[in-house]
Design a protein around this ligand. Structure first.
Ligand code: AHR
Length: 317
């Protein structure tokens, strides 16, 4: 082929949209739940730094724990024609309409951290996050092992649930109860949402402590922040957290390790927020139409107070 003709061919190819897309940096619209917990702060930091590292332009929106704000953000990402939308849904239900709009616009959607209940699973490409049911099971297994040291003893448990209707609140309750029912001596006597925040965790624990009809032996908090809030309420009530009331929580944030080191929290079940690097790689694969798994689960551990001092310096969040 003559040089002029070859140059003309290359020039034509470079003007094709596919080539233009290859040259432009990928744009991701990300709708975050909010800033309700230490976990969430670490998750946001991970996403922002990983996007930078991966050369992905990130349009970040904080929904302040409101589904309506997430719907608005997703619609604005669609209008801006981003390459990919990722979000951590505040609650499980009510996403069909907006996800159909994204699908119609040809924009792939990745779920991170929390799952959704939708009529058609093709409305999102993939989900990356923890197995919340398993986290609940791990929390209950730890308690059962501890209870086995005093066979036959009855234990009254109070539960601080996460945000009403959210996947972690629903699943952590489900997993915990599934294992708990194997020992009828262990009973949940009170259960209420503390909205995943320290302030609400403290407030609800105060109200649990005021109802003096039954002694509270154990607190199961769906996240560390609520447990830390509850610890304050327990101390203000003149009791010793971690001793008079055994405390189990979920996340494994630095604050929980500090509380364990101080003897005020008994165990935390890990929920890893550092999803940024995996999410960015997934986004690149999804946009490049590479096959990806429908569900990508993060591997996590359980940290009892006995290992807190040794583990604290290794914690990354
Ligand atoms: O979805 C993950 C949960 O959300 C974390 O356990 C909690 O701390 C956060 O707010």
């Amino acid at each position: 082929m003559k040089l002029v003709a070859r140059r003309a061919l290359i020039a034509a190819a470079l003007s094709l949209p596919a080539f233009a897309a290859l040259a432009a940096p990928l744009t991701m619209g990300f709708s975050q739940v909010g800033a309700e917990s230490e976990w969430r702060t670490a998750n946001t930091a991970s996403i922002k730094s990983a996007a930078k590292e991966a050369g992905i332009t990130l349009k970040f929106a904080d929904a302040q724990q409101k589904q309506e704000n997430q719907v608005k953000a997703i619609r604005s990402f669609i209008a801006q024609k981003v390459d990919v939308i990722a979000f951590s849904p505040v609650v499980e239900s009510g996403w069909d309409t907006v996800l159909k709009e994204a699908q119609k616009a040809g924009i792939p959607v990745i779920l991170t951290d929390r799952a959704v209940k939708v009529s058609d699973p093709s409305l999102y490409v993939t989900f990356i996050g923890s197995d919340f049911v398993e986290e609940g099971r791990k929390a209950a297994r730890w308690l059962l092992e501890r209870a086995a040291k005093t066979p036959g003893a009855a234990l009254n448990i109070v539960e601080l649930q996460g945000t009403v209707g959210s996947a972690p609140a629903i699943d952590r309750k489900k997993g915990f109860e599934e294992i708990l029912k194997t020992n009828p001596k262990l009973q949940i006597i009170r259960s209420q949402s503390g909205e995943f925040t320290r302030a609400k965790g403290k407030e609800v624990m105060e109200s649990f402590l005021k109802q003096r009809d039954k002694k509270i032996d154990v607190l199961y908090a769906h996240n560390d922040d609520m447990a830390i809030g509850a610890i304050q309420a327990i101390e203000e009530a003149g009791l010793k957290p971690g001793k008079d009331i055994v405390i189990i929580s979920i996340d494994g944030v630095r604050g929980a390790f500090e509380a364990m080191k101080a003897g005020k929290l008994n165990v935390t079940v890990e929920c890893n927020p550092l999803l940024g690097p995996q999410l960015m790689q997934l986004a690149k694969d999804v946009v490049a139409k590479k096959p990806v798994d429908k569900r990508i689960t993060v591997i996590e551990g359980v940290f009892p107070a006995e290992v807190a001092a040794k583990e604290l310096p290794n914690r990354k969040y």
